[in-house]
Design a protein around this ligand. Structure first.
Ligand SMILES: [Zn+2]
Length: 572
C-alpha cells in the first residue's frame, strides 16, 4: 500500500516469492530514498500452487450437506453478480482516491447496490483528507520531434491553471554541481520541467534479460543501472534531506519541490518502473506543490537521454487537476442485523479506496466486490443471521489503514463483540492461504468451517493452525492489534506486486472472474458459519509467536496505532 519505492519493491518481491503467504505488501516503517525499481531483480518462480489439490482433513471429498451452504452455492453460481459489479466499479466508477469526489461517488454507487438488494447500508464519517479532482492531462514532446508522451499526473498533483505550459526538460544536476543545488536551480530551473527520478537504461522485463541476455551483458547492465541509481540517489539527496520522501520528490517545507517552485520551475517529472514495459506505479502526495507527473519508463528514458545528450527537449503540458482542500472522508458500512446476538459481529473487510493511476481493479476492487457479493448472497439465504454481519468498505487504507483504525476507535463494541473478521486485499486470485492469526483456539473453529465448504472451493487452501496476527499491510491489522479474531484471506498472486499493485495497469481486464466468484462463495460460507456458530471464537493468544523466518526471532504481538483523521500529520 505505501509509496517509498525501495520498500515497495522489496515487499513486492516478497509477495512474488510467497504466493501462498499473501497479504498486501507490508507498511513502510520510515521514509527512504526513492530509487527506481531494479529491473534486474530476480522474480522468484515458486512451484505452481495449483499444481495439485492438497489433501487435508478440512478439504471435503463429498458434497456439502449443510442446506444453507448448498443454497449459497446455488445463489452465487447461478445468479452470480460479481462480473457486473466489478465492471461497473472498475470502468464506470473508476479509481477511488481518499478524499476525492470520485471516492464519494463510489460510496454512493455501493449504497445504491445495497439498497437494491434490501441490505441496510450507511456512510460513517471519520475525519477529513486532502480533496483532489483528477482532470484532463496531456504531455507532448515538441522538440526535437513531436510525440505524445505517456504521462499521468500523480495523485494530488497541482494543475497548470487551465493553461498550456511549454518548457525545456532538464535533469537534476549532479550532486557535486558547483555552488550547490540552489545555485543550480536559480540558473537552470526557471521555466523548465525537472526530471527527478533515475531513468531506467532498459524498460524490458527482468524475465527477458534472464531468458535472452548473455551472462556478460546481464551483468554489465546490472552494474550500469546500479551506478545510475546511486548517482540519482545522490542528486536527490543533494537537493535536501526532505527531498527523498516520495517519488514525486515532495517532502513538504524545504523539500525538493518547494525549492524548485521557489526557483520558478514549471513542473516535476518522475517515473516508477514496475518491471514490465509500459507498467509504472503511480503514487502521489498532498504535499506536492508543482504539477507532478509519472512518465512511462520508455518516454522518461527518451526525455532523460535527450536532456543528457544536449538535445534540449521541450515539452508542452496541460494538466487540469484541482486541489479541493480538506474534505470529509467516510467508511461505507452495510449491515445484516443479528437475530439472537446482535452485539456480536462478523465483519467482511476490504478497503474501498485506491490509488489513482488506473481503475483500482485489483487493489482493491476485487476485495470490495467479493464482500458485496457475499452480502448479496447472505441477504438471500440468511436474511436474519444469528450474529450481526457487517461489510466494512474502508477508506484511507492506502495512507495508513486510517478508515479501519478509526472504525475500531469509534466502535469498541464491534471489536469487543467480534466473532470473526475476514479481510481480502491482495488481488484477484483464488484464496489459497488462511491462518488462525496467532489465536490458539481459532484454528479448530476455522478448520471446522472449512470442513463444511465444498472441496472445489477449499482444495487449494493451505490453512495454518497457528499463524500470526497481521501487523500491518491491510485492514485486518487494525483489529488484530486488539487481540480480536481478524483473519486475512491470502490470494494467489497473479504477479500482483509488479503487474497491478498501485500501477497504471490495474484495470478490469486483469480480473480473473472465476477466482473472484469462488472467493465470494468462500466468504459467504465463512460468514454464515461464524454467524451461526454456537461457540464464541476463542481469543487466547499464542505468545510468544512462532519464530519468523524473516528475522529468526519469535514474532511479537502488534500494538494498535491511532487513526490519522486529517491530512495534517500525514508525512508522505
Ligand atoms: Zn490494497
Amino acid at each position: 500500500m505505501r509509496p517509498p519505492l525501495r520498500l515497495a519493491v522489496a515487499a513486492a518481491s516478497l509477495l512474488a516469492a510467497l504466493p501462498l503467504g499473501a497479504q498486501t505488501p507490508a507498511p513502510a516503517p520510515a521514509p527512504a530514498p526513492a530509487p527506481a525499481a531494479n529491473p534486474f531483480a530476480p522474480v522468484p518462480i515458486a512451484p505452481h500452487p495449483l499444481a495439485g489439490p492438497i489433501s487435508a482433513p478440512y478439504v471435503r471429498t463429498t458434497p456439502p450437506t449443510d442446506r444453507v451452504i448448498q443454497r449459497i452455492v446455488e445463489e452465487g453460481t447461478a445468479r452470480s453478480d460479481v462480473a457486473r459489479l466489478a465492471q461497473a466499479l472498475s470502468d464506470s466508477v473508476g479509481p477511488r482516491l481518499s478524499g476525492s469526489p470520485a471516492n464519494l461517488g463510489a460510496s454512493d454507487w455501493a449504497l445504491a447496490q445495497y439498497r437494491a438488494w434490501g441490505v441496510p447500508a450507511r456512510r460513517e464519517r471519520y475525519g477529513t483528507f486532502a480533496g483532489w479532482r483528477r482532470g484532463v492531462t496531456h504531455l507532448d514532446l515538441l522538440t526535437p520531434r513531436v510525440r505524445t508522451l505517456e504521462a499521468t499526473t500523480l495523485a494530488w498533483s497541482p494543475g497548470t491553471g487551465n493553461r498550456y505550459l511549454d518548457g525545456e526538460v532538464v535533469a537534476l544536476p549532479d550532486s557535486t554541481v558547483a555552488g550547490g543545488f540552489d545555485a543550480w536551480a536559480a540558473g537552470h530551473a526557471r521555466g523548465r520541467f525537472v526530471l527527478v527520478s533515475a531513468p531506467q537504461r532498459s524498460c524490458r522485463s527482468p524475465q527477458q534479460w534472464e531468458e535472452f541476455g548473455t551472462p556478460e551483458s546481464r551483468e554489465r547492465e546490472r552494474a550500469a543501472q546500479d551506478s545510475v541509481r546511486q548517482a540519482w540517489g545522490a542528486r536527490v539527496r543533494a537537493a535536501g534531506p526532505a527531498s527523498v520522501v516520495s517519488a514525486g520528490g515532495s517532502g513538504g517545507p524545504g523539500g525538493l519541490q518547494e525549492r524548485l517552485r521557489a526557483a520558478g520551475a514549471l513542473g516535476v517529472l518522475t517515473s516508477t518502473f514496475s518491471n514490465y514495459p509500459g507498467i509504472d506505479k503511480i503514487f502521489g502526495s498532498p504535499r506536492q506543490v508543482l504539477p507532478t507527473l509519472d512518465v512511462s519508463c520508455e518516454d522518461y528514458g527518451l526525455l532523460a537521454r535527450l536532456a543528457e545528450r544536449g538535445s534540449r527537449p521541450r515539452v508542452r503540458l496541460f494538466a487540469d487537476g484541482e486541489a479541493l482542500g480538506e474534505q470529509p472522508v467516510y467508511n461505507t458500512v452495510a449491515e445484516l442485523r443479528g437475530r439472537e446476538k446482535p452485539d456480536e459481529y462478523v465483519v467482511l473487510s476490504a478497503h474501498f479506496d485506491s490509488w489513482d493511476g488506473a481503475s483500482g481493479a485489483t487493489d482493491n476492487g476485487t476485495g470490495t466486490v467479493v464482500m458485496m457479493e457475499a452480502m448479496r448472497i447472505l441477504k438471500q439465504v440468511l436474511p436474519r443471521p444469528r450474529r450481526t454481519i457487517l461489510a466494512g468498505h474502508w477508506t484511507g487504507e492506502e495512507q495508513g489503514l486510517n478508515g479501519s483504525r478509526a472504525f475500531t476507535e469509534d466502535h469498541p463494541e464491534v471489536v469487543r463483540g467480534l466473532q470473526a473478521l475476514f479481510n481480502q486485499d491482495n488481488g484477484t486470485g483464488r484464496i489459497v492461504n488462511m491462518s488462525a492469526g496467532g489465536l490458539r483456539g481459532a484454528g479448530p473453529a476455522l478448520r471446522r468451517y472449512l470442513g463444511e465448504i465444498p472441496g472445489e472451493i477449499t482444495r487449494f487452501i493451505r490453512f495454518d493452525d497457528v499463524g500470526a496476527p497481521a501487523a500491518g499491510g491491510s485492514d485486518n491489522a487494525s483489529f488484530a492489534c486488539y487481540g480480536a479474531p481478524a483473519f486475512g484471506l491470502g490470494s494467489l498472486s497473479w504477479d500482483y506486486g509488479f503487474t497491478t499493485w498501485h500501477t497504471n495497469r490495474d484495470t478490469y481486464d486483469k480480473l480473473v472472474m472465476d477466482d473472484v466468484r469462488s472467493n465470494a462463495l468462500l466468504v459467504a460460507m465463512l460468514a454464515y458459519q461464524a454467524s451461526e456458530d454456537p461457540q464464541t471464537m476463542p481469543r487466547d493468544r499464542v505468545d510468544p509467536l512462532p519464530v519468523s523466518p524473516a528475522t529468526g526471532r519469535p514474532g511479537t504481538w502488534p500494538s494498535c496505532t491511532k487513526a490519522l483523521r486529517s491530512t495534517e500529520g500525514y508525512r508522505r
